[in-house]
Design a protein around this ligand. Structure first.
Ligand SMILES: [Zn+2]
Length: 171
């Protein structure tokens, strides 16, 4: 469902949604509250980080927001915003970069900001260059089984990955 506005123009609205979600974050152990919002199918999905007394089970805000979008039926993230950090805006961790890349294009806009408004605007591809993605699995499956198709949405990602690789580390 196309949005009348470009995803990049919606980054300020996404930041506001992320800031609201940050206030609902469950971070009693670290005290490090983060909010994230993603745009998918013209809708905004926002969540905070959710910690657990068994520390490794804690989940970042970005992954919670992506999971909400996917659970609602979306398969593509068109923009993302994260609010967290103190003097320096908290960039997404490596794991969340991988999860965002699964459902985004390299040029998908992303902004991360402090609660006080100091922000960095970038793209998913800039945060995770030469990434492993669905296309890698699809190519491997096609080689080993002759299967030509993967899960929904994979074909698009595969073409994207091949394009990136041909001008990337294989070049
Ligand atoms: Zn993370």
């Amino acid at each position: 469902m196309p949005s009348p506005k470009s995803p990049r123009s919606l980054l300020p609205a996404l930041l506001r949604a992320a800031a609201r979600a940050r206030k609902r974050a469950y971070a009693p152990y670290s005290g490090f509250q983060v909010g994230a919002a993603v745009l998918a199918d013209g809708r905004v999905y926002a969540a905070g980080n959710v910690e657990n007394s068994a520390y490794p089970l804690s989940i970042c805000a970005e992954r919670n927001a992506v999971a909400m979008a996917i659970a609602a039926g979306a398969r593509r993230i068109d923009a993302a915003a994260i609010v967290g950090g103190a003097k320096r805006p908290a960039a997404p961790c490596g794991g969340c970069r991988q999860v965002l890349a699964e459902f985004s294009a390299p040029d998908t806009p992303l902004v991360y900001a402090t609660p006080h408004g100091h922000s960095v605007t970038t793209t998913v591809g800039a945060l995770l260059p030469s990434s492993f993605g669905p296309g890698d699995l699809m190519e491997a499956a096609a080689e080993s089984t002759g299967r030509k198709t993967g899960p929904p949405g994979m074909a698009r990602s595969a073409a994207r990955v091949r394009g990136t690789r041909s001008s990337g580390r294989r070049g």
